[in-house]
Design a protein around this ligand. Structure first.
Ligand code: GH3
Ligand code: MG
Ligand code: MG
Ligand code: MG
Length: 394
C-alpha cells in the first residue's frame, strides 16, 4: 500500500512514517511538506494522510484531493472541523492530533482497510435511500457490499454467497428483521449481525440483541457510527476466530487436539458415508525419552506430525489423540486406501533424521465415531502385541 503523508511538521512527518512502516509490512510512505510540493506529485497513492493547515494552504489541498476522489485520512488539532458533516462524509476517516494513541488508532484503521477488501457485507434495508447510503459508506471503506430490499431476498443471497457481516433493518414488509435474525442464528451461527432501526423501536432492538444480534445503530445515524461499529465488530470476530483456532490446535505439533475431536469431529464424521480412521502410536517412545531426553522426544513428535501432515490429503484431518498417539480421519477412503497412506508415512519416516517406528490400527466399521475409534484402537493393540512397527486392518 502506497501512502502519501502531507504534513508540514518535520517531527510529525518522521513519526508517522516510522510508526506506519514499522507496524505495517505492506505500507510504504512518501512525504510532502507543502501544497506547492503536492502539486508536483504525479504518482497515484492508495491513501493520503493529510494535515489540514499547511504553510501555504488552509485546507484547499484536502478539498482538491477529495474532489479527485482520493482516499483521505485527515490529521488535525482543530475540533471545529468535525462540525462540517459534508467534509467528514467525504473523508475515509479523521484522527485528532492531541495524544499518542492517535497513532495506534491510525495503524489499526489502515490494517483494517487492507483486510476489508476480502470482506463481504450484506445490507438488508427496505428504504432505498438508507440502503444506498449504507452501501456508499461501506464501499468507501473497501468492503464488498451486497444489497437486499427485504428479508426474503436476504435469505436467497445468504444461500448463494459467503457473507462475513449482516447489517439489517428491523421493520420491513413481509418477514421482519427479527425473523431474519432467527433464521440466521439457526443456519449461520457464526455470522456477525448489526441491526439498524429507528429509535422508537426500542422493544425490537432489545429482542434482536437477545436473539443474538451483536450490535445496534439507531436511525438517523452519522457515518462515523456505522464505520466504528462495523470495524470494531469485525476486529472482535477476527480475534475470536484466531483464539478459537488456537484452542483447537495442539501447541507442540500444530495438529488438531482432543478439544477439536470432542467438539467437532462428530459432525464432520456424520457428513460422509464412506470413511476410515487410523490411530498411529510411536513405538517404545518412553525409551526414546529416557535415552535421548524429553526435548529430543518433542522433536520426534513434531517430526512425526509433519510427516503425517505432508502425506495426507487436504480433506483428511489429523488429531493428537494422546501423548505420542495420532488419529487420522480420512473421508471417502476405504481401509485399503488408508493402508496406502500409512505406508507412505512409514516410508517418509525412514528418510527422517530420527530413528523411530510406529504401530497403527485402521477401521471403517462401527455405526458412529466412538465405535470406529474403538475398533481402530483394538487393532492398534494387535499391532503392538504382534511385535510393533505394524499396521492392522482386520
Ligand atoms: P509402546 O510401544 O507400547 O507404545 O510404548 P511407549 O513407550 O511408546 O508407550 P507408553 O504409553 O508407555 O509411553 C508413552 C510416553 O510418551 C510416555 C510419555 O512420557 C511420553 N510423552 C507423552 N507426551 C509427550 C510429549 O509431549 N513430549 C515427550 N517428549 N514425551 C511425551
Ligand atoms: Mg424499514
Ligand atoms: Mg507408544
Ligand atoms: Mg501411547
Amino acid at each position: 500500500m502506497n501512502i502519501l503523508i502531507i504534513e508540514d511538521s518535520k517531527i510529525y512527518q518522521k513519526v508517522i512514517k516510522n510508526k506506519i512502516e514499522d507496524s505495517l509490512f505492506f505500507a510504504k510512505c512518501d512525504i510532502v511538506s507543502s501544497y506547492k510540493e503536492l502539486k508536483t506529485v504525479n504518482k497515484n497513492y492508495d491513501l493520503y494522510i493529510c494535515d489540514y493547515f499547511l504553510g501555504d494552504s488552509e485546507g484547499e489541498h484536502v478539498y482538491e484531493l477529495l474532489n479527485e476522489n482520493k482516499d483521505v485520512i485527515l490529521l488535525t488539532k482543530n475540533d471545529n472541523l468535525f462540525e462540517n458533516q459534508e467534509l467528514m462524509n467525504k473523508l475515509l476517516d479523521y484522527v485528532i492530533k492531541d495524544n499518542d494513541y492517535m497513532f495506534d488508532y491510525l495503524i489499526k484503521f489502515i490494517r483494517r482497510l487492507k483486510k476489508n477488501r476480502y470482506i463481504k457485507i450484506l445490507v438488508v434495508e427496505d428504504s432505498l435511500s438508507i440502503r444506498k447510503l449504507e452501501k456508499k459508506i461501506l464501499e468507501k471503506l473497501k468492503f464488498s457490499v451486497l444489497e437486499a430490499k427485504d428479508a426474503n431476498e436476504a435469505v436467497e443471497i445468504l444461500k448463494k454467497e459467503d457473507i462475513d457481516l449482516l447489517i439489517t433493518d428491523l421493520i420491513m414488509p413481509d418477514m421482519n428483521g427479527v425473523e431474519l435474525i432467527k433464521y440466521v442464528k439457526k443456519n449461520y451461527d457464526n455470522l456477525p449481525i448489526i441491526v439498524v432501526s429507528s429509535a422508537e423501536d426500542n422493544k425490537l432492538f432489545i429482542k434482536s440483541i437477545k436473539l443474538g444480534a451483536n450490535d445496534f445503530i439507531k436511525k438517523p445515524f452519522k457515518k462515523d457510527e456505522l464505520v466504528i461499529r462495523v470495524n470494531n465488530l469485525l476486529e472482535f470476530f477476527d480475534t475470536f476466530k484466531k483464539i478459537n483456532e488456537k484452542l483447537q490446535k495442539d501447541a507442540l505439533t500444530d495438529v488438531y487436539n482432543r478439544h477439536f475431536l470432542e467438539n467437532h469431529l462428530d459432525t464432520i464424521f456424520n457428513k460422509y458415508d464412506k470413511k476410515s480412521i487410523a490411530i498411529l502410536d510411536i513405538d517404545f517412545f518412553k525409551k526414546i525419552n529416557d535415552t535421548y531426553g524429553h526435548q529430543k522426544g518433542d522433536e520426534i513428535l513434531k517430526d512425526f506430525a509433519n510427516k503425517i501432515k505432508n502425506t495426507i490429503r487436504k480433506s483428511d484431518i489429523v488429531i493428537r489423540y494422546g501423548g505420542e498417539e495420532f488419529l487420522i480421519f480420512m473421508p471417502n477412503t476405504s481401509k485399503e486406501e488408508a493402508m496406502i497412506v500409512l505406508l507412505k508415512i512409514k516410508n517418509a519416516i525412514k528418510n527422517s533424521e530420527f530413528n523411530y517406528t510406529f504401530s497403527a490400527g485402521i477401521a471403517n466399521e462401527g455405526k458412529n465415531l466412538s465405535e470406529m475409534i474403538k475398533i481402530a484402537d483394538e487393532r492398534l493393540y494387535k499391532s503392538k502385541n504382534s511385535g510393533r512397527d505394524k499396521i492392522t486392518i482386520k
